[in-house]
Design a protein around this ligand. Structure first.
Ligand code: UGA
Length: 436
């Protein structure tokens, strides 16, 4: 099948590459000449494990190509996926900015030939597909098309696996014809018995927001319970096991931490609140989720301060990990962006290490932070280590080496990578999140 993907950002590039891997012929279109030139040379615009090899393989085998020219790619396609960015609008009011979606739609509309399914892959507010259809009808009254919604549930850092082995595929369609095209595209997954959930278009659009909001709520829930564990002297890791083994609750997304970040949960929870407001509905649980997440980041500053004896002024802090989660270079809404400036403001000195995030971090964190290329180098002469992001390389630190090079022995583990028992035995003054 011939598929065109508009937008070679994170979603577009992963989707296009994986469809090519399924055996389809995929053209990825982007206006950014530089990005396309780089992709043609095998240079990825993002860090995503395994993506570069898959792009190279499918380009070599002739199923994946990149271009800045939309016309030909659209007119020959049976399905066109919209995967352009939908950032939060600059007004900061929770609205998703749909400028790129609508611009791309107009361009596509003019080039459509024969029956084509236009698929929203970007996360868009409910009703966007209707707008896309309206724009196409107005721009090209003769076009034969359907608009569908096919939300993505990919996690950064695990996107290829999530795409190839999803728990389910949601397709929102208004006609059997569009459904059949999408079913053909996802046939390789269908053969692996991946459930395909057919809904109407609006339901599919809302499903994406509801999924992210639910996951964010799970995180805020366990973060609050972790704080209660801290007060009571209970252990949240054991508690999470105790509740997570109940199949109705599930063990995933019950890891406490410094608050959720990234390009999705913070943006999508706010957008969902905005959608509800527009429909005269309040979503109090989601409101609380957002509030709890902001409070969690502030609470981490207090936790660090308390671990340092109440004052961070003049202390040398080693920060391990800066990105919002491991296996990405993405710093968007990373908890480090809130926590580190608050510590610097009170006079702390910070040396940081991150395997992939440093060049992004330099744009969004205060310039007074020093960066080093080796995790142990960051810890040299440090009063305290703050484990901010659970990269694998921080999971088996050499404690003897650490103690030798550190000045102090405070270890603040915002991801509960270690247990209080092992750290105390190793001679550290250890603080976790809800594990005391
Ligand atoms: C999230 C969803 O998991 C994907 O299903 C969805 O497709 C994607 O958003 C999207 O809308 O595009 P992502 O933002 O890449 O994926 O990352 P997650 O692995 O979900 O983590 C998000 C944040 O929650 C991170 O800051 C992570 O550290 C935090 N988190 C996650 C916790 O604090 N505790 C947990 O138990 C799990």
């Amino acid at each position: 099948m011939k598929i065109t993907i508009i937008g070679t950002g994170y979603v577009g590039l992963v989707t296009g590459t994986c469809f090519a891997e399924f055996g389809h012929h995929v053209t990825c279109v982007d206006k950014d000449q530089n990005k396309i030139s780089n992709l043609l040379e095998g240079i990825m615009p993002i860090y995503e494990p395994g993506l570069d090899l898959l792009v190279e393989k499918n380009c070599k085998e002739g199923r994946l190509s990149f271009t800045t020219t939309l016309a030909e790619a659209v007119s020959s396609a049976e399905a066109v996926f919209l995967a352009v960015g939908t950032p939060s609008s600059r007004r900061g009011d929770g609205y998703a900015d749909l400028t790129y979606i609508y611009e791309a739609t107009k361009e596509i509309a003019a080039e459509l030939k024969g029956y084509t399914v236009i698929v929203d892959k970007s996360t868009v507010p409910v009703g966007t597909a209707d707008q896309v259809a309206r724009i196409i009808r107005e721009t090209n009254p003769d076009a034969e098309f359907d608009v569908a919604s096919n939300p993505e549930f990919l996690r950064e850092g695990a996107a290829i696996n999530d795409f190839m082995r999803p728990d389910r595929v949601v397709i929102g369609v208004e006609s059997d014809r569009a459904e059949n095209v999408l079913r053909d595209i996802y046939k390789p997954l269908f053969l692996r018995e991946t459930p395909i959930v057919r809904t109407d278009v609006k339901t599919a659009e809302l499903t994406k927001y509801a999924a992210n909001a639910f996951l964010a709520t799970k995180i805020s829930f366990i973060n609050e319970i972790a704080l209660l564990c801290d007060s009571i002297g209970a252990n949240v890791t054991d508690l999470a096991k105790g509740i997570g083994m109940d199949g109705r609750i599930g063990s995933k997304f019950l890891h406490p931490g410094p608050g959720y970040g990234g390009s999705c949960f913070p943006k999508d929870t706010l957008a969902l609140l905005r959608i509800a407001q527009e429909h005269g509905q309040s979503l109090r649980i989601i409101e609380a989720t957002v509030e709890v997440n902001a409070a969690q980041k502030a609470m981490m500053v207090k936790k660090i301060r308390d671990a340092l004896g109440g004052d961070e002024a003049g202390k040398k802090l080693a920060v391990l990990g800066l990105t919002f989660k491991p296996e990405t270079d993405d710093m968007r809404d990373a908890p480090a962006i809130t926590i580190l400036p608050a510590l610097l403001e009170k006079g702390a000195n910070i040396t940081a290490h991150d395997p992939q995030g440093v060049s992004e971090a330099k744009h969004v964190l205060p310039q007074t932070i020093s960066y080093v290329e080796d995790a142990y180098e960051a810890c040299r002469d440090a009063d305290a280590v703050i484990l901010m992001t659970e990269w694998n390389q921080y999971r088996a630190l050499d404690f003897d080496r650490l103690k030798e090079i550190m000045k102090g022995n405070v270890f603040i583990d915002l991801r509960n990578v270690y247990t209080p028992k092992e750290m105390q035995e190793a001679g550290f003054d250890y603080t976790g999140v809800g594990t005391c």
